[in-house]
Design a protein. Structure first.
Length: 139
């Protein structure tokens, strides 16, 4: 064993402690940095992925799989809203395009969510994704 330190540590997947201050530690966002490994490919548009998380930030993330492009969100109520929703987001293509995005919404009471609401959420995600891409091109 090593000498005790005051640095925060958390066990990683194989049970070894991982220093949270270590700049070389693995992160969820490493999944999007696959340039170094030609054997790893993600078929998910990073702008749509991040925009989905931004727009639906009032919902807790229950599951996220960047390899299949699926984000499952728990129930949440949008600011100023009076209905609670949960969502599943499907990102099916690496292109920043409306055809790459599918959002499924369900209300807590089991009622169907009208198509206009689903379309408004998809439009908000697409708009945010374009903003993120424009921001990145200005850097």
């Amino acid at each position: 064993g090593g000498a005790p330190t005051d640095e925060p540590a958390r066990p990683d997947s194989d049970g070894r402690a991982q220093n949270l201050d270590d700049p070389n530690r693995a992160s969820f966002f490493d999944l999007f940095n696959t340039r170094d490994d030609p054997n790893v490919t993600l078929e998910v548009n990073k702008y749509l992925w991040n925009a989905s998380l931004d727009v639906l930030n009032f919902m807790p993330v229950e599951a996220a799989d960047p390899f299949t492009g699926t984000i499952s969100m728990g129930y949440g109520t949008p600011q100023g809203g009076n209905r609670s929703y949960r969502a599943t987001v499907f990102i099916t293509d690496p292109a920043l395009d409306a055809r790459s995005l599918k959002v499924s919404l369900q209300s807590r009471n089991g009622r169907a969510v009208d198509r206009e609401t689903v379309r408004a959420v998809e439009d908000a995600i697409l708009t945010r994704a374009r903003q993120l891409r424009i921001r990145d091109t200005k850097l």
